[in-house]
Each structure stands twice: as C-alpha cells, then as structure tokens.
Design a protein around this ligand. Structure first.
Ligand code: PHE
Length: 454
C-alpha cells in the first residue's frame, strides 16, 4: 500500500517544472568542461557510446531509486531514510546516509561557489575586454594573478553565494521554480548560439571529428570506468539532491519517464558543450589537452581574445557556465536547508542564511588553496583538491552504493513497486535487477578506482 505523505515544503507545480529543476541540478561544470574533455581523451564516439550505456544501465536506475525514496519519504534525506528504514523494519542508522549526503552537498557547494565566482568574474572581465589580444602565456598569468589574490575572489564568491541563497530562501515555488523557469531556457539558448558560432569558425568538422570519430583502440578498462564515474557525477547522484527534488514530485508523475528525460537532457547538453568548445579551440590553434579549470579559464580566453567579436562570445560562454553552476548550487544546499527547517524548527529564511553563511565560510579554504595556503598539503593535495577528492571520489560513490543496497535489497517490493506505478511489471523487474546487482557492483568499482585500488 502506498502511504501518501505530504512535503511541508510544497511540491513542483508541474511535470515540466520538475524536469527543468532536476536538469538544472544535473547540468553543471561537469557537463561543460569535463564531459567534452573526457570524450576527446578516451576515444571519441567509442567513449560516448560507453557513456550512453552507463547512463542507461546505472544512471537512470539510480536516479529512479533516489526519486522514489524521496517521494515516498516526502522529507529531507535524513528523515526520509529514517522513515523508510522503519517501514522496512531495519536499523534507523540508515539516516546517516541521508546525513552524509546532506553534508556532501554543503562541502561541494563550498568549492563550487568559489568556481561559480570565477565564472562571474570572467564574464565581467571578458565584457570589459580584459583578455583582448592576450597570448596563451598572458591568459595563464592573468588566471594565476586572479586566483592569487584572495580578496577579489572572496568578493565574487560572496556574490555567487548570495545569488544562490536568495533563490533558496524563497522556497520551492517562488524560489527554485521561478529561477529554473528562466535560467534553463536561457542556458539552452546560450548553448545553441555558441554551437551556431562554432559552425562559423571553419573548424566545425574537426571539432566533430575530435568528439565523434570512433577509436576503439583507446577504449580501455580505465576509460570505461571513467565513463561510469562521469555518468554518476553528471547526474548528481549519491548525495541527496535528487532525493530532495524527488520529495517534491507530485504523486501522479511517472518516475521512470521523467528520469529518462532528465538523463537524456543532461547528456544532450554535455554533447552540445563539446560541439561548441572544440571548434573554437582548434580554430585558434590551441591544445584541447588542458584538463580542469585550465581549459575553461586559460585556453578559452585566449581563443576568445583572438577571434573577431570574441569578447562577446566570451561573455556568453561565461554566463552560460555561471547559469549551469547556479542551478546546481541551488540543489546542493536544498537538503541542508530542509534539515534545519524540519529537524531544528527554523524558518526557511533563517535556515537558508545559516547554511549559506556556513558554506560561505567553508569556501575560504578553497579560496586560500590558490594563494596563502597553497603550500599546505595532505597526501600532496591542497585543501580544495582534498575536498573535491573526498566528495566526488569517496562520499558520492559510497552514498550511491548504500542507496542502491537500501532500495534494492532492504526495501520491500510492495513498497517500491507502487511508487513507480509502471504499466508493465517487466519495467519494474528490470529496474529491480539493475539496482540490486549492477548498481552496487558499479558503485564499488567507481570507488575502488577513485581511491586508487583498482
Ligand atoms: N552534476 C553536476 C555537474 O555535472 C555536479 C554535481 C554533483 C552537482 C553532485 C551536484 C551534486 O557538474
């Protein structure tokens, strides 16, 4: 029997609003720099094929599981896990998985917001022509200068955090929904304009070839695992954001169908980002190799500096990145805010400012990693790198592992099956099989690779 709880935070006003919000959560920096880069590295379309397979066999079933848990619990991840564990007659300690996810959101946002601040700064600086005529070395030294001065970065980080918390404080209907309603179409239009521009560079086909020419010889076990990890990260799984967004999904909406749409939209945007970026990189004789912040903040400004009308394209590009980071940031803090509201009786406004302020202060660690703390290292990693490693490589895969075990092994079929309300039992059986066997093994493998054991 389905118990019909209500979330005290309200629910999405329509299927479309939920799809926009969840796609906004999923589409982030991972789509715009990491996916294109990984694709180029690991054999072009061969990698894309493996990636699609990972989305289908791991990403979609995991997303369905998280939305299902959230919608059945209708509370923040901690209380949802406690309620559902009780329902399944198992230990209440499962609430710790919800807590770990909530914490991961705060930790990720503390550095995500600093990078979000960089995108604001770069949109602004591109507009004022700061990169005009810059050579590769100059762009590189402009970047080191910029991140080397903590006070300036702090200002941009503060602005980005305030932008995020203003939306979150206004709640599901008036904050989250209104923001994604405008931001997601804007993101898509910006991306299409940039792809359109890429077709005029004269290197469009080279860009396409770089991304899509299949090279199966490059496809190793490692690259397949990279595809798996990327699919998981790109869909924001394993840490409670999809679960909390799921808790706002109206009962009549199909979890399977919306999960497929969201996963496809996330993948499409990642592919379009590659199609937009690589022709610009090639047209300017640059190397697509530089990974990480390098490609975006050092290579691309050079490309923009060299081409006609480049500073306008630069502004568009960095605004696009900023929007992608913004809608993800909103989702990253939502679990923490709902924990403060539900478990500590705060108003949403107070909860937002308190969690925002804490995250903002944690962000200092990331800002200082590029200047005053640059030499403080643990396992050769600075604070920012440690935070990234701890969240993306340890907390998310383990969170995903436990959620898969819970949904597949501990929760009764009588509880999960009615939530999906699929027309045929075959669909449910396939999901159940994937979540019981494929997902836990995949999550363990991602974890072992990440910590260097495989
Ligand atoms: N999915 C986001 C991206 O692709 C990253 C992210 C992970 C955001 C987990 C929130 C939670 O950039």
């Amino acid at each position: 029997m389905t118990t019909q709880r209500q979330s005290i935070h309200g629910q999405w006003s329509s299927r479309w609003m939920y799809i926009l919000a969840a796609t906004g959560a999923a589409v982030g920096l991972g789509n715009i720099w990491k996916f294109p880069y990984l694709t180029g590295e690991h054999g072009g379309s061969a990698f894309v094929l493996v990636y699609l397979l990972c989305v289908a066999l791991l990403g979609i079933p995991m997303m369905m599981a998280e939305v299902m848990l959230g919608r059945r619990g209708r509370q923040n991840p901690v209380n949802t896990m406690r309620t559902l564990a009780k329902e399944a007659n198992t230990s209440r300690h499962w609430q710790l998985i919800g807590l770990a996810g909530t914490l991961a959101g705060v930790l990720i946002l503390s550095y995500y917001s600093v990078i979000g601040g960089w995108t604001l700064a770069y949109a602004f600086r591109s507009g004022t022509g700061a990169f005009n005529g810059a050579t590769a070395e100059q762009a590189s030294s402009l970047f080191s200068q910029f991140v080397g001065e903590p006070l300036g970065v702090l200002g941009w980080h503060t602005l980005f955090m305030v932008m995020t918390m203003v939306v979150v404080a206004r709640g599901v209907r008036y904050g989250l929904e209104r923001a994604v309603k405008y931001l997601m179409p804007a993101l898509f239009i910006l991306l299409v304009v940039l792809v359109g521009y890429a077709t005029t560079t004269g290197y469009f086909l080279e860009g396409l070839a770089f991304m899509f020419a299949p090279d199966f010889s490059k496809l190793t076990g490692t690259s397949m695992l990279a595809a798996m990890g990327q699919a998981f990260f790109s869909l924001s799984l394993g840490m409670g954001t999809i679960m909390i967004y799921g808790s706002y999904v109206p009962q009549e909406i199909s979890i399977a169908r919306t999960s497929i749409v969201i996963a496809l939209a996330d993948t499409l945007i990642a592919i379009l980002a590659g199609i937009a970026i690589f022709p610009i990189v090639f047209a300017n004789g640059l190397e697509p190799k530089a990974a990480g912040p390098g490609l975006i903040f050092e290579t691309l400004p050079v490309a923009f500096a060299q081409m006609p009308g480049g500073h306008l394209i630069g502004v568009l590009f960095f605004v696009l990145l900023m929007v992608a980071a913004w809608t993800s940031s909103i989702s990253l803090i939502e679990p923490a805010v709902t924990v403060l509201v539900e478990n500590f009786g705060m108003t949403r406004l107070k909860a937002s400012w308190l969690s925002g302020l804490t995250t903002w202060a944690l962000g200092f660690g990331t800002i200082f990693s590029f200047n005053v703390w640059a030499d403080y290292r643990l396992f050769q990693k600075n604070f920012f790198e440690l935070l990234d490693f701890l969240t993306a490589n340890i907390m998310l895969p383990l969170g995903g592992l436990f959620l898969a075990i819970f949904a597949g092994w501990l929760m009764a079929k009588e509880a999960s099956q009615p939530e999906f309300a699929m027309r045929t039992t075959l669909g449910f059986q396939i999901w159940h099989l994937l979540i019981r066997y494929i997902a836990p093994v995949a999550m363990l493998m991602i974890f072992f690779v990440a910590v260097g054991l495989l």
